[in-house]
Every structure is written in structure tokens, then in C-alpha cells.
Design a protein around this ligand. Sequence first.
Ligand code: ARG
Ligand code: ZN
Length: 861
Amino acid sequence: MSDNSVIQAKRRLDYQPPHFFISTVDLSVKLEDPKTQVKSQLKVIRNGEHRHPLVLDGEELPLIDIKINANSVTRYEQTPTSLTLENVPDEFYLEIYTEIDPASNSSLEGLYKTENAYCTQCEAEGFRKITYFIDRPDVLSEYSVTIYADQKAYPYLLSNGNKVDSGKLEDGRHWVKWHDPFKKPCYLFALVAGDFDLLEDHFKTVSGRKILLQLFVDKGKAKRGKHALTSLKKSMQWDEEVFDLEYDLDIYMVVAVDFFNMGAMENKGLNVFNSKFVLADSESATDEDFFNIESVIAHEYFHNWTGNRVTCRDWFQLSLKEGLTVFRDQQFSADMSSRVVNRIKNVKVIREHQFAEDASAMSHPIRPDEVIEMNNFYTVTVYDKGAEVIRMLHTLLGQQGFKNGIDLYFKRHDGQAVTCDDFVSAMQDANQVDLSQFKLWYSQSGTPVVSVKERFDDATGEYILEFQQINAPTADQQQKQNLHIPIRLEFMCNGEKPSAELFELKQGSQTLTKSGFTEKPTVALLADFSAPVKLEFDYTVDALLKIALQSQDGFSRWDAGQKLFSEYLHGKTPAGSTFKVSLRDIDNLINGIFNDKQADTDWALLAEMLTLPNIETLAQQVSRYYVVELNKARKELESHIANTFSANFLLIYSESAQSGYKYTATQVNKRKIRNLCLHYLAKTDIGDKLVSEQFSASSNMTDSLGALKAAQSALLPCFERLMSEFEQKWADDPLVLDKWFALHASSEIPDILARLDLLLSHKQFNHDNPNRVRSVIGTFAFYNPTGFHAIDGSGYKYIADYLLKLDARNPQVAARIVTPLSQWKKMDEARAELMKHQLTRLLAQPNLSKDLYEKVSKSLS
Ligand code: ARG
Ligand code: ZN
């Protein structure tokens, strides 16, 4: 908590190397309530010649004792966030003894106690809540850690690296000592103590080393851990095959905890996961859960090289490890299932969330320049746009060129803390190309618009495309430069095989001339979403239909269909559309999609093609968001499609039936199309009956949840009944109940706020558990357009009221959930005023966290 008037931003350009390094850390942690003793012995070494004092970071830390070379120090300066020692030797041992209270740490940052375990989360700046330290990623140390705790309650005492010693004490306590041979920044430190079920497996590396894999889960949940372990082995193998990267320690541990602020954390040799990204079996988890587990397990594993072996010099460089690691996990997922469908999934995230962030006051480059609270910058921009930037490099250099760049990057920087510039330099030098313009993607925020015009000369057969890039000012940056934008194109001519090419747009305006056409070709632009931009092009409806049904590229087919749906929907609102898409055109599209379905149909792609863009994505396509009108138009179009094509949906619904459950691509895709059919059929006469039947017959979570979602979306009479059956069945399983909480919170019912009150008082709801808070409060704010944007402002007030309370306990989660409120600029005047009013209320709160302060103050300025 801080006094708002003294909150200050840090700036990237102010970076200075650390005045001191810490070569070794010897930690001893005695876990006990309410006082956990933390003793640390640091070997401190002055960096170069200077007379600066040693300044250590520390937050809310009662200092008991401090010694230099075994002599007690009495002269030091302590502030709420630092400890300063003047005139220290050039090299010395520093011993610091502090006491902390993990049980009362509700921020879930630093060392905290969950219901039955102790665990840590140090990224970005949590280590300073455990002990005084130089808490920055360019200070790398070798750690030894000894943990003491009651043996019965905490049989497992874990930290990074290898277990080197252990012993028993007389009072029922025991201890374990760990040593991590790899130097690491303190954000990768981890400690876990608890009683768990343990699953074990092994992985044999390419060089023949046998790695012990250990997965720790809540007691009784062992069966739900198998998929995560399988995913880990797949990830290890993939990284060897694709990037020649082999695991380095002899043991790899993953712990699943229920109380966690985000997805997971890549601590060296000891990942800590939100249990939601570990636990799965067919009854309790959906196909999507299985997918997410595989992808998050891979993500954290891939960090061992991209993040841990080579880490960030400072936090402004976060995308160095996150953008790259997201790209790597996306490539992995694409190899594990369908490349096209995965690409669609990634692009949806960009268009729905990243474009929204760039359009808001929080707009920032993937390498931010100014930060108040680092936790606010674990964003879709840094992660997902960051991954798009890496992907563009991959597109420009090709797989082999990219791989050469990665090889050089590790050759140069293994064991170091480096910058995004270092990464691009390795790519550049390995490929002998000039990436200086490309690098602007790191420093420039905002979503570029690429506007394209076409011309065809009948006489000469020349086809000309005129490209223009528009980089409009953003909240954080007035001046923009031209970017290096790779644009994939496909030319389609009647009766000929389509041809594809890569066009590199570097100037403000640039022309591409193609000759030798006998008729005007149809061009599909931005195939595979080759750059994170918005495209403006006056497609004709016929051209879009042609691309949607005939392009060689699955992504372009999907994208053209989405464009037709979007333009039709905007045309139904005051926002309007320049394309005149009629209901007949939509019918033609869907007819075409159905007719196209062949024996070897890719069911998952078919399901994507038949899904309308969601309301959040639609909102990003227009400058003014007419939430009510758009939502109504979308619902009406779904009903129209459902009733016009009910026979087709019904046919596929029965064709795609299957018995038993396995998480395999074939099965997953069939469940996906089947539940999509049900979603539409729910909006027809037989809806209530069909949905109820699927729900009763289902023995897996994917189909049960599919039924509930269909019932919710179609406002079916059976909805409430099925929901209470579900609630009873899963009464003791909060992780599963999160799905139920979220379905209620996103229901478009008139008395939604009363419903939210009920959910918050549910016996399984817990205000300190981020998963619960996100499933109710987060879902309502992000995914209940009619409730959140109620014209009387009651939805906004509800969120602000909740955030006022949450901020004091868990600022990180509060700052995430405030996002939809901060996006008031797109709303009509009345709503914008109401939203600003709530933001103003938040800002007036004394002791607002830095986290909320940064986001709220920005969105009001
Ligand atoms: N490095 C972690 C990951 O991407 C996430 C850490 C998030 N930390 C935070 N303070 N939000 O896997
Ligand atoms: Zn990550």
C-alpha cells in the first residue's frame, strides 16, 4: 500500500547495472505460524570501483538482526521498502535475519500459506517480501536452501535444484537442504512445504540422462495428475526435437496449489502451478482444460531455456522470455493437434484482448518504457503480441533461419541476463539480415492499420495492390514510425491453382504489381494472420465468399467467414458497415460451408467456421461499441442460422456422436462440432429436450458443460434445473464449481446482481481464492455484456464496490479485473460517464494499491 502522491514510475532508459552482485545465497527458512524465521547469508561483491552504499529491497520485513562478516551491524537505514548499508567492504558475507507471517499474506506474493501448504511466488518482485535482497533479475546467485517444518503436517519440503541433505529434529520437526547448481535471479527462487499425493515418472533425454519427474497434487487427486505428467514428457521431447534443447537438472518438480494469482511459474526445477492447469480427468475437466494443461506445462518447461538459462536484464525486457516462450508453446500445441485451429485460437486472443488493450489507456509496447507496478505488465501485449512479433521473425527468416538465430542466442548468452536487443541481434547476425526497422515492433505500441486498394487492368492483365500503413497515436505515444510488416497473400483465379507469396511492407505506402492475369484475381490478404494488424480492404461479398469456401489456407477461409458475419452484424447497429452483407449472403456462406464438408472433414475447423465472432471481438472492430444493439443482432443471427439450418445441425449432431472418452484429436474435434451443433439446436423447438438429454447422458465434462452452455445461451427452461443438478454433483469440488460460478455470472438474466450476491455467499466461494474471484467477479466484468453494461450503471458499481474490498487483500487480482471498466472510451456517453464515475471513486480510495492506482489513474487521464 502506498500514499498515492509518492507513487513513481520506473523508466526503461534509467537502467543502471547493479552496484553489487550476490554470488551465493544460503537461506534457512523455519516454517511456523505466526512467525516464520528467515535467515539468509549472502556473499556480496562490489561491482566495479565506486563508493555507493549497498541498498537492499525489502517489503513489510521486521528485521531481527544483521551481520557483516559475522559482526553485528548497528548502523543501517531502514525504510518500508529498503535497507541501506554505507561503507561496506568490497567483498563480504552479509547475514540477515527477518521474521515473516505467511499465514496472513493474502496477496499470494512472496511466501504465503494456502489451506494446507506453504508456497512462494517471487516473480516479479516477491522475493523482497521474504528477505532483504537485491531484487532484480540481473543479479544471479547460486542458492542453497534449508527448510525446517513440522514433519507430520509438512512431509514434503521442496526448493530448487537437487536435494543434498535432510534430517530429523527432536520436536517432531524435520529439515531438508537443497542446492541449485545453476545461478539464477531471485525471481526464480521457490519453496514449497506440504503434504501431497506424489506422482512420479521418468524422462530419458536425447543424451541418455534419466530425469526424475515429480508431480505434487492435493491428497486424493493423484488420478487427476496423469495428463500433466504426460504433457511434460511430450514437451521435453518436443524441445529436443525442434530446438535441440535438453533438460539440465536431474529432477523436475511440479506442484499444484489452489491459491495462485496466475497460471503457473517456471521456478528453476520446481514449477508451481495453479491447480486448474494441472488437474484433469474426463469427468471433471473439459477438452479445453486438457488442452490448457498441456500448453501451460509446456510453457513453463520451455522457460527452462528461454527465461531461466537466459533471463531478462530488467523487467522492461519481460517479453524477451514471455513472447518467445508463448511462441514456443504455440508451436508445440500446433504440432500436438491442428495447426490451423491453433492459429485461429491465438488470433482470437489478439483481436479480442490485445487490440482492446492497445485501444485503451494501458496501451504499451511489448517492451514497455514506463512501469509503476510490474505485475500490471504481465499483459496480452507483452505475452501474446510479443509472441506475434517472434512469429513474424520466424516468418521472415524461415524455420531454419530462426533456429540458427536461437542457436546463436544461446551460444552468446547462456547464463546471462540480457535484453530484447540482444535477442534480435542474434537473429540478425545468424541470418545476415538487417532487422533495424523490424525492431520498432519492440518500442512502438498500438495496432497498425494496413489499408489496401486494388486495381486491375483488363487490357494488360496487370493487377496492382496499393498498401498503406497507418500507425495512429496511442495513449502512451504520439509519434509513430513505419513498421516492417510481413503480409502473406494468396491470389485466386478461376480454374487455376492459387498462388501464395510474402510481401514485406516497410514504407508508408508501397505497391505490389503482378502481371499475367487473364481475369481479375481474388486476393486473400494477411493469410495466417502474418502480422498483428487490422486490415482495411474493400472486399466484395463475392470475394469473401470465394475465399471462405475456396482458399487453400484454412485460416483465410475462417477469417473471410468471420468478416462476413462481422459486417452483417455491424450493419444492424448504428455503427453501420461499408459492406452491404445481407442475410442471403450469410445463408450462402453457411450453405457453402456445409456443402464443402467432405468425408475427411476437419470437424474442429468446421466448428470454428460456423461460430460467430464473440461480442468482445466485434467491439474491437468499430470505434463505438453499441453493446445492446450488437448483442441483440448477434443473438438474432444465431437464431436465424439455427432455424434455417436445423436439419444440417441435427444431421451432424448425430453423425458426431461417440461413446467413451479419450483426449485424442479425433475425439476432441467431434465433441467440438457436436457441442457447436447443440449450441444452435438449443435455439430451435427441440432445444430444451435435446439439451436435457445430452446433459443426462453425458459422462464427461466437455459434453455436460456443452449442454449447460447451450441452455444458458438459449435461455432454455431447463437451465436452472440442470445447473442445480450440476451443483449438487460437484458440491465438494471447487475447481469444477468454478465452471458453474462462471456460467451463472455470465447469464443474461434480469436480476443478475442478486444472483452474484448469492454466488458470493455460496459455501464454496472464498474471497481469498483468485480462481473463485475470477470465476464470479471476473467473468461478470469481462463476459456479461448486458449485466456489466446495464444502463443504470449498477454493473459498474458492483465491480467497483468489490474491487475496493479486494484491493486491500490481493491487489494483483484486483488490477486485472478493473480492465473492463477502464475501457470506457468506446462506450456511448452515458455509459462512459458512469464508468468514469466508478473509476473516480476507486482513485479516491485512500491507500489504493500501486497496482490499481496505475491502471485507474491512467484510464482517467
Ligand atoms: N512467468 C510466469 C509465466 O508466464 C508468470 C508470472 C506472472 N507473474 C506475475 N506477477 N503476474 O509462466
Ligand atoms: Zn511465461
